[in-house]
Design a protein around this ligand. Structure first.
Ligand code: SF4
Length: 295
């Protein structure tokens, strides 16, 4: 088989897997939260969530009607043999997965607001690249950005004296005001950097890190744990109808910043945080480490 067709077929399957199954870490985090929940409404809602997940699996259908806008975060080895054709292959795979899975038609062009009908448009799917020197492998994180869970996303640059307390206040204000729109329990990605743009991008990258892991910097990890504890005390619960916990995790990613500025970005994932990771080798053998148990 033509190798580019094989690569496209791998990506079509990967997109389908991510839209039908939760990644293992999110599934287990919801299980743990459901086990802790003791309210009648909370238990009913977690029951619906797991019933929904089982039906998606047995019927082979996307686990939410909002299959999102596809976003690819690529770590490309400089010696991976198909780099020149990769962007076009991703676009073709997106079109094909839209028909085959199927995915809802979620991409509308700016200004005309016309639906493109195939989840492809200007800079859609969104593709972000990192180069990995001396490697012949390809790693892709795929994130399906739903509408509701994208609503709380925001970023700003804090005034110099607001400090890390300002970051916590911004996150808490955002989740209190907008969190219920995003189908809790939420995964909260927080980015910190010089400007609003770097902070926003890092907040999305924070969402790509599995639930249950912590930033290797102990100070950032401590902030993650304390913010989760505080947000849980708000008691948003599953689907925002109150409960013991509000968030599955708070993940922080940061970049060293200008001393006069502290940019903060927030990106939120819903209970149905659909992301996947795939490793593709130069011989086109591959693994999907995010979904070892889910298929
Ligand atoms: S917020 Fe998540 S679970 Fe809710 S409708 Fe959107 S994609 Fe689906």
């Amino acid at each position: 088989m033509d190798n580019l067709k094989k690569l496209k077929d791998i990506l079509v399957e990967f997109i389908s897997v991510v839209s039908i199954h939760l990644p293992d870490d999110v599934y287990h985090s919801l299980e743990a939260m459901a086990n802790k929940e003791d309210g009648r409404i909370g238990n009913e809602l977690y029951g619906c969530i797991f019933d929904n997940l089982e039906k998606a699996k047995t019927l082979g259908r996307p686990l939410c009607q909002d299959t999102g806008v596809l976003q690819f975060f690529i770590k490309a080895g400089t010696k991976f043999p198909y780099l020149d054709e990769l962007e076009e292959t991703i676009i073709e795979a997106t079109k094909e997965a839209t028909e085959k899975t199927p995915l809802r038609h979620n991409v509308v062009e700016c200004f005309t607001e016309e639906n493109t009908g195939n989840n492809v448009g200007t800079r859609a799917p969104f593709i972000e690249w990192e180069i990995i020197p001396h490697s012949d492998e390809l790693h892709i994180d795929l994130y399906l950005a739903g509408g509701g869970c994208s609503l709380p996303g925001r970023s700003k640059v804090l005034m110099p004296l607001e400090g890390y307390e300002g970051i916590v206040k911004y996150v808490f204000d955002t989740i209190v005001e907008w969190g219920v729109n995003a189908c809790p329990p939420l995964v909260v990605g927080v980015g910190i950097g010089t400007c609003s743009a770097t902070a926003a991008l890092l907040s999305k990258k924070a969402l790509l890190r599995p639930v249950g892991t912590h930033n290797p910097n102990p100070l950032a990890a401590d902030m993650e744990k304390r913010m989760k504890k505080g947000l849980d005390k708000i008691g948003i619960g599953p689907l925002g109808l109150t409960g013991k916990e509000s968030v599955q995790a708070v993940n922080i990613e940061y970049a060293a910043h200008h001393p006069a500025t502290l940019g903060v970005g927030i990106t939120v994932g819903c209970w149905a945080t659909r992301r996947g990771a795939i490793d593709i080798r130069s011989d086109l053998s591959y693994d999907i480490p995010s979904h070892k148990e889910a298929r």
